[in-house]
Design a protein around this ligand. Structure first.
Ligand SMILES: CC(C)(COP(=O)(O)OP(=O)(O)OC[C@H]1O[C@@H](n2cnc3c(N)ncnc32)[C@H](O)[C@@H]1OP(=O)(O)O)[C@@H](O)C(=O)NCCC(=O)NCCS
Length: 326
């Protein structure tokens, strides 16, 4: 019998601390007006100093498990898309699985930057549909604030912390109708953490030059995002056999409101169908889509049976899209 994977439950977690654009005005040479008009961001959440990526992942996971109405012991695989992990290695997924109180469960991270959730969803779907695993806990979790140079106005105003989770498993109602992923590694420098790896091992010079933090060529990322995100959305809808009109809601990676609105315009997606929360949380990297999805499910906006299309773009460069029936 063919197994079809669907979404069995979802959850999210956002740290309590709110940092507004006005708070940032006190830290770097920026303004609420600049950030709001260029990105759409008004505020973001910042994790407590002692709150780790796995702590946030755990809270999102517990909510997703409760939402799915299942026992945590039913989970047989944990995948965490993140690029702001607890440690460079071992995987944050291993630590989160331990904190969740699960034993003998395989766990690994996925590194695909802001497209990480779509990559993780693709892997989770394949694991379930191949019959290898039954209930996959997929948690996109980011504590990006640790990886930001808080003196660099080009980057520190964009990002936020948070986690979003989904349980992916066999379903007769919900369905992951399509997934599409792609990459281009010709320009890692467009968006990366340059220092601390094998190219530029950690040294005093790396620390002095702040190369252990996020670096970005905003213009190049923008240009590529507006090309690749529509491409991924189009591919995902074609693979699912749906037209933009048949999609009930879209959730695009929340990196910049101008990118989101550009894609919406290109596909004639009306504002009421396009779920946006960037103004409140900024760019939580891999976590933006599952956070926005769960918020919309919890508020009653997204209902069972709705068709929702996702599209994301991130460092790597990576991009991807998916269409799900809730
Ligand atoms: C970063 C981004 C918002 C910048 O917007 P932009 O429209 O390209 O910016 P502009 O070209 O109008 O302005 C750049 C100027 O603003 C300045 N600037 C940058 N950040 C600023 C800030 N926070 N506050 C005030 N000024 C800022 C720059 O120093 C530059 O000044 P200069 O022209 O004197 O050198 C935009 O490029 C972007 O969103 N890129 C994609 C980022 C992204 O999505 N990243 C995550 C991908 S997953």
């Amino acid at each position: 019998m063919t197994i079809k994977a669907g979404i069995l439950g979802c959850g999210y977690y956002l740290p309590e601390r709110i940092m507004t654009n006005f708070d940032l005005e006190k830290i770097v040479d920026t303004s609420d007006e600049w950030i709001r008009s260029r990105t759409g961001i008004e505020q973001r959440r910042i994790a407590a100093d002692n709150e780790t990526t796995s702590d946030m992942a755990l809270k999102a996971a517990e909510r997703a498990i409760a939402n799915a109405g299942m026992k945590k012991e039913e989970i047989d695989l944990v995948i965490i898309p993140t690029i702001s992990p607890d440690y460079a290695w071992p995987a944050t997924a291993c630590i989160t699985t331990y904190k969740l109180g699960l034993k003998d469960v395989p766990a690994f991270d996925v590194s695909a930057a802001c497209s990480g959730f779509i990559y993780g969803l693709t892997v989770a779907r394949a694991m379930v549909e191949s019959g290898l695993y039954k209930r996959v806990l997929l948690i996109a979790a980011e504590k990006f604030s640790t990886y930001l140079d808080w003196t660099d106005r080009n980057t520190c105003v964009l990002m936020g912390d948070g986690a979003g989770a989904m349980i992916i498993g066999p379903s007769e109602t919900s369905c992951i109708m399509s997934t599409y992923i792609n990459s281009d590694g010709s320009h890692p420098e467009y968006l990366c953490q340059p220092g601390g790896g094998s190219v530029m091992p950690l040294s005093q010079e790396v620390l002095d030059k702040k190369m252990n933090f996020m670096h970005m060529n905003g213009k190049e990322i923008y240009v590529n995002a507006v090309e690749k995100m529509p491409q991924a959305l189009d591919a995902a809808m074609k693979l699912a056999g749906v037209t933009p009109e048949q999609v009930d809601f879209t959730i695009f990676h929340q990196a910049n409101i101008r990118i989101i609105q550009y894609i919406a315009k290109k596909f004639n997606i009306p504002a009421e169908k396009n779920i946006i929360n960037i103004q409140r949380y900024g760019n939580t990297s891999a976590a933006t889509i599952p956070i926005a999805f769960t918020e919309a499910v919890e508020s009653g906006k997204i209902k069972k049976g709705n068709i929702v299309a996702f599209s994301a773009f991130g460092g790597g460069m990576t991009w991807g899209g998916a269409v799900v029936r809730v």
